[in-house]
Design a binder for this molecule. Structure first.
Ligand code: UGA
Length: 442
């Protein structure tokens, strides 16, 4: 098929490269000239495993190209995917200005049997509104086709989806999108646009709910002396609950979960439905970051004048994305409370520096830990498990590790002589502070 993908962000660029890999001719439209040039010259603008190779393959094979001209490309495409961003507006609602800009441009096209599929996460009702608007020009059949890719494993997720959701009132759009995604072998859920839009929000909100739930349980485990790992295992073995998204720690971040929960809560308020659970999910998530910084402060007997190493800045492993990263928010709070921070991230240091120029980032994780009063593990990078912790023990001023991600390193670190705090467990190892403070935590 001749396909146009609008937006070369995480979703758009992955979609474009993967559809080209499936043998389609894909033109990806990016309006930001710097980004467009970088991609054309062979650079992937963000860290995403497997994507640079697919981009090269698609471009060299002549199936994938990039342009800044939307209308021209859309005119000759059978399917146009809109994959532009929908960030949070002032009250948490989704800001649809980028989607509207695309629809405005497409409304200039008349009389064609093209499909417009909205990949961008849009509030319930948006797809039908766009369809009504474009119906006048008879240029497009409109569908909502939500995306479920995760950053850091987007390519893998594209080729092994759990489901394809198509929400449309157009038989032609349903048939063409089904034909496009059926080869991937996932169940196809064909429905109306509001239902498809709701599936996307509900899925992200549910994942966020699981995370906030386990964080609340973890906080409780710390006080009652229950072992969170076993509690989580006990939950996960029940197929009605499942083992996923039960990793406790400093909470969820990124460009999707926080934004989508806020947008769903705002949508609920618009319809006078009180979003009690969604608000609680956000509150627990915010409190996890505060709680973590408070904990470090008490452990160190104050933050002013102390030095801490922050290992990990991206919102999760596998990406250089620092949008709404809990790690970066924590680093910022530590700085604000007078601590010196020495940070490291295998790929996100540059992005972090742009957001937080005051943050000193080191290329070498060992250097980041030198003469520090505590080492904080804030992103679950596998690299940190493989560090030589014996060497780190020699470098630090005080052997304290506060694990914000439940990396499972505690036993090993205790053997190396560290005192370790991980979510859902009391302090382990020998702790170099007063009995009074220790008691507060156990
Ligand atoms: C999320 C969804 O998982 C995707 O299905 C969806 O397509 C995407 O949003 C989107 O809407 O575009 P993503 O933002 O890439 O994907 O990140 P996740 O892997 O879901 O992780 C989100 C956050 O939750 C991260 O900060 C992660 O560290 C945290 N998390 C995840 C936990 O704290 N505990 C867990 O058990 C799992």
């Amino acid at each position: 098929m001749e396909i146009c993908v609008v937006g070369a962000g995480y979703v758009g660029l992955t979609l474009a490269a993967c559809l080209a890999k499936l043998g389609h001719r894909v033109v990806c439209v990016e309006k930001e000239p710097g980004r467009l040039e970088a991609i054309r010259s062979g650079l992937c603008p963000f860290h995403e495993p497997g994507l640079p190779g697919l981009l090269r393959e698609g471009m060299h094979g002549g199936r994938l190209s990039f342009t800044g001209e939307l209308v021209e490309v859309a005119a000759s495409s059978e399917v146009v995917f809109c994959a532009v961003g929908t960030p949070s507006g002032r009250n948490g609602e989704a800001d649809l200005s980028a989607v509207e800009e695309v629809v405005d441009a497409l409304s200039r096209l008349r009389d064609g049997n093209r499909i417009l599929a909205l990949k961008s996460t849009v509030p319930v009702g948006t797809t039908d509104r766009v369809a009504r608007r474009l119906a006048r020009t008879r240029g497009f059949h409109v569908a909502c086709n939500p995306e479920f890719l995760r950053e850091g494993s987007a390519v893998e997720d594209f080729f092994h989806p759990h489901r394809t959701v198509i929400g449309t009132r157009s038989p032609l759009a349903a048939q063409r999108l089904r034909a496009l995604f059926e080869p991937l072998g996932a169940p196809v859920l064909l429905t109306d646009p509001p239902t498809a839009e709701m599936v996307k929000y509900a899925a992200n909100a549910f994942l966020a709910t699981k995370i906030s739930f386990i964080n609340e349980i973890a906080n409780l485990c710390e006080h009652v002396g229950a072992d969170l790992r076993t509690v989580t295992e006990g939950l996960g073995l029940d197929p009605r609950i499942g083992p996923h998204y039960l990793q406790a720690g400093i909470g969820f971040g990124g460009s999707c979960l926080p934004k989508d929960v806020r947008a769903l809560a705002e949508l609920a308020r618009e319809y006078l439905v009180e979003p009690v659970l969604l608000e609680a999910v956000l509150q627990v998530n915010e409190a996890q970051r505060r709680r973590f910084v408070d904990r470090v402060e008490v452990l160190l007997g104050g933050l002013a004048g102390k030095t801490v190493a922050v290992l990990g800045l991206s919102f999760k492993a596998g990406t250089d994305d620092v949008r709404e990263s809990p790690a970066l928010a924590i680093a910022e709070r530590l700085l604000a409370r007078g601590a010196s921070v020495r940070a490291h991230d295998p790929v996100a240091a540059q992005a972090a520096r742009q957001r937080l120029p005051a943050l000193p980032c080191f290329a070498d994780p060992y250097e980041a830990t030198r003469d520090t009063d505590a080492v904080l593990l804030l992103t679950d990078w596998p690299e940190y498990r493989d560090l030589n912790w014996h060497e780190i023990r020699r470098r630090v001023r005080r052997p304290i590790v506060v694990d914000g991600r439940g990396t499972g390193l505690a036993q090993r670190l205790v053997r190396e002589g560290f005192a370790v705090f991980e979510p859902g467990s009391p302090l382990r190892g020998r702790y170099p502070i007063s009995a009074e403070e220790t008691e507060w935590f156990i």
